[in-house]
Design a protein around this ligand. Structure first.
Ligand SMILES: Cc1cc2nc3c(=O)[nH]c(=O)nc-3n(C[C@H](O)[C@H](O)[C@H](O)COP(=O)(O)OP(=O)(O)OC[C@H]3O[C@@H](n4cnc5c(N)ncnc54)[C@H](O)[C@@H]3O)c2cc1C
Length: 416
C-alpha cells in the first residue's frame, strides 16, 4: 500500500513516521529543501495539553476590540483583500460562547493529551533528541484582576483531570529562579507541571531521519500544483507538471491546505493566523527561564531550549503575508527584558509563521468524501502539541486499525 503525504511540516512528518511503522510505503512531498521549514520552523516550543484551549472563548470579541487600540497588543487585523478573512473571523466569533467553547475544548484536549502520550512513547522507543524538557509551564499574572478570575480556568482543569499548582508571588522564583528580579511586577502564577517543551524544528528533522530509516521517501523542492480526482477517488497529484500516484493521499499543507482542497470542492475553514518569534542565545544562565513561562497580559510564551530562549506570540489576521513587522519584535523584546535579562537580544533571530487556524480551534483529522483522501491539518496554535497524536490517528485510520481515542468531532464532517 502506497501513501503520498502532501506537506513535510511537523504534521506531515509525524504522519509519515507512524504510517511507516505500520508497514506502509510512504512518500512525503514538500516545496522546501528540508522538512519543517515553514510554520514548524520556530514556534514557541510548548507541548501544552493543559493549555489546549480554543481562542474562540466567551469574552474574546470584547477583548479583541480593545486589543486593536493597544500598544503591544496580542492581536491585530489588517485587511487582506479577501472576503474569506471576514467570513472566517465571523465564524470564529460565532464560537465564542460557553456551549461551543466546552465542545471545542474537549476535542482539543482529547487530541493534545493523547498526543503527549504518543510523544512520550516515541521518545522512549527512539531516544529522539529535540532539546526537550519536562518541567511544566507557568502562566504569569501581572494584575490582581487576572488572578481573581483564575478560578474559572481551575474549574476547567479539574473537570479535564489536569494537574495544576497555584503559585503565590513569593513562590514564583522557586519554580523559575530568574523571576526573583521580576517579582514586584507579578501577582502570581498557575503552573501545569505535566506540560513539556522542546524544539519542534529539531524534532521534525530528527523524526524525518528516523522515518527515512523506516523507508520513507522525501521529495523536496517540488510544488504541488493540484490534486486530480475521478468521481470519489483521488487519482494523482500534479507536482511541478509531473503526476504522482498512490493508493492513499494525506493533505498536510498547513495554512496552504485550503486552496488545494478547494479545487476538489472541499471547504476547509482555515485562515493563516500570523505569529512571530525571537530565538535568543543565552548569555547568563542564572537569568534565563528553566521551562516555559506564559505572560498572560501580552499572550507571549518564553521557552527554554538548551542554550537558547524562544519567545513567541501575537496573532495577526493579515493574509499570507510573511513581512517581519519591527513593532512585533519590539513587543517580544519588551516582554523578554521585563522578565528575563539573560538573553543576547541584539543577536536574536526574528521569525514569522502562519498558524493554520480553524474557527473552532480543533484540527481537522480524518477522511473526506474521497475514499482515499485524508486530512491532517488546521492545528492552529497547537500543532506541535498535537502532532504525534494526529499523525498516529491518521495512520490508524488509513490502515484500518482501531484508533486509541474517539474520533468524534475531529473530521471535516463537523462543519456540515
Ligand atoms: C509564532 C508561533 C508560535 C507557535 N507556538 C506553538 C507552541 O508553542 N506549541 C504548539 O503546539 N504549536 C505552536 N505553534 C503552532 C505550530 O507551529 C503549527 O500548528 C504547526 O507548525 C503546523 O504544522 P503543519 O505541519 O500543519 O504546517 P507547516 O509546518 O507549515 O507544514 C506545511 C508544509 O507544507 C508545505 N507546502 C505548502 N504548500 C505547498 C505546496 N503547494 N507544494 C509543496 N509543499 C507545500 C510547506 O513547505 C510546509 O513544509 C506556533 C505557531 C506560531 C506561528
Amino acid at each position: 500500500m502506497k501513501t503520498i503525504i502532501l506537506g513535510g511540516g511537523v504534521i506531515g512528518v509525524t504522519t509519515a513516521y507512524y504510517l511507516a511503522k505500520l508497514g506502509v510505503e510512504v512518500t512525503v512531498i514538500d516545496r522546501q529543501a528540508d522538512v519543517g521549514e515553514e510554520t514548524s520552523f520556530a514556534n514557541a516550543g510548548q507541548i501544552s495539553p493543559g493549555y489546549s484551549t480554543p481562542w474562540a472563548a466567551p469574552g474574546i470579541p470584547t477583548k479583541a476590540a480593545k486589543w486593536l487600540f493597544q500598544k503591544h497588543a496580542p492581536f491585530a487585523i489588517s485587511p487582506d483583500g479577501t472576503a474569506w478573512q471576514g467570513i472566517w473571523a465571523s465564524k470564529m466569533f460565532a464560537n465564542c460562547n460557553a456551549h461551543d467553547y466546552a465542545i471545542n475544548k474537549e476535542r482539543m484536549m482529547r487530541v493534545a493529551e493523547y498526543s503527549r502520550d504518543c510523544l512520550q512513547q516515541l521518545r522512549s522507543d527512539t531516544n529522539i533528541n529535540y532539546e526537550h524538557r519536562t518541567k511544566g509551564t507557568l502562566q504569569l499574572f501581572r494584575k490582581q484582576a487576572q488572578l481573581d478570575v483564575v478560578g474559572r480556568d481551575i474549574e476547567v482543569l479539574k473537570e479535564c483531570g489536569v494537574d495544576y499548582e497555584l503559585i503565590s508571588r513569593d513562590e514564583l522564583d522557586k519554580v523559575e529562579p530568574a523571576l526573583i528580579h521580576a517579582k514586584d511586577k507579578l501577582v502570581g502564577g498557575l503552573r501545569l507541571p505535566n506540560d513539556e517543551t522542546g524544539d519542534c524544528n529539531l524534532f521534525t528533522k530528527n523524526l524525518a531521519k528516523l522515518a527515512t530509516d523506516l523507508g520513507v521517501n522525501f521529495v523536496f523542492n517540488k510544488t504541488i500544483d493540484n490534486i486530480h480526482h475521478n468521481g470519489n477517488q483521488i487519482v494523482g497529484v500534479m507536482i511541478d507538471g509531473e503526476m504522482m500516484i498512490a493508493d492513499h493521499y494525506v493533505l498536510a499543507l498547513g495554512s496552504y491546505s485550503r486552496n488545494l482542497a478547494k479545487q476538489l470542492g472541499l471547504d476547509l475553514p482555515i485562515y493563516p493566523v500570523k505569529g512571530y518569534s525571537l530565538t535568543v542565545p543565552i548569555l547568563d544562565e542564572k537569568n534565563a527561564p528553566v521551562s516555559t513561562v506564559l505572560d498572560e497580559t501580552y499572550k507571549v510564551a518564553i521557552t527554554r531550549f538548551d542554550n537558547r530562549i524562544r519567545i513567541g506570540g501575537m496573532a495577526e489576521l493579515s493574509g499570507f503575508n510573511l513581512t517581519l513587522n519591527p513593532k512585533r519584535r519590539a513587543t517580544l523584546e519588551m516582554v523578554t527584558n521585563d522578565l528575563f535579562t539573560g538573553g543576547d537580544l541584539p543577536n536574536a533571530k526574528f521569525w514569522t509563521g502562519l498558524r493554520p487556524m480553524t474557527p473552532d480551534g480543533t484540527p481537522i483529522i480524518g477522511g473526506t468524501r474521497f475514499g482515499n483522501l485524508f486530512i491532517n491539518t488546521g492545528h492552529g496554535t497547537l500543532g506541535w502539541t498535537m502532532a504525534c497524536g494526529s499523525g498516529k490517528l491518521i495512520a490508524d485510520i488509513i490502515t484500518r486499525q482501531t484508533p486509541d481515542i474517539s474520533l468524534d468531532g475531529l473530521s471535516l464532517a463537523r462543519y456540515h
